[in-house]
Design a protein around this ligand. Sequence first.
Ligand code: ATP
Length: 235
Amino acid sequence: MSLIVNNLVSGYGRLRVLQEVSMEIAPGTVASVVGANGAGKSTLALTLSGLLRATSGTIELDGTPIQRMAPEKRAGLGLIHVPEGRRLFGGLTVAENIAMGRHAVGRRKGDDVVESLLDSFPVLRERWGQRAGLLSGGEQQMVALTRAAASQPRYLLLDEPSLGLSPRLSFEVFRLISMITEQTGAGVLLIEQRVDAALELATEAHVLEHGAVVASGPSHEIRSSDAVRKAYLGA
Ligand code: ATP
């Protein structure tokens, strides 16, 4: 049981971005994908969620090949994409936004997960009846993540959840991701530009350069490799 990506190729029209990318994400763990701007990280998330069609290669979700499925069908199997920029319904309240996630599955378990997240992140409870569009960037990101957690995900694709946030709010967002992973048992693909924090949270890490995976392994090993320290950690 895992999300297995094998020799995935995709791009935009004639532009080939992903060059035979392979990786595996196990349930209940965080795998982080790091790389420079333009390396193809968002393209990978889009191809996994089906918003972009793979040119070739396979994607297997707990044994089911999904590379030809429509995005909503993949979501129905529990593959949930939280894109860059959060995409909340700004005119709806926090409660209504999170209810959208629950509607997607209509089961009880999502409620329990949300309850325990609200206990650990009281700011969400404080904002419960407010319009999402009026929240700070960090709070909106937390709502987007809680909505995803409420939909009983099997795998979560998180595209730069800390983008534009202060270090303090990023820390809260990472704490929330860690708790969601624990509470839902979902496997998380975490795309991040805060490389150090992402590698700390992750079990496995993959370095993407020009659309290809150039290094993969336990994140503590990737973190201590000279090439990664030089390129991404300013060492
Ligand atoms: P960033 O951190 O800047 O978001 P990234 O690693 O997520 O970078 P992608 O957004 O996946 O990189 O972009 C990979 C390549 O695909 C880049 O060369 C980019 O210019 C190109 N690209 C991205 N989106 C499109 C698009 N809609 N049409 C054409 N080319 C695109």
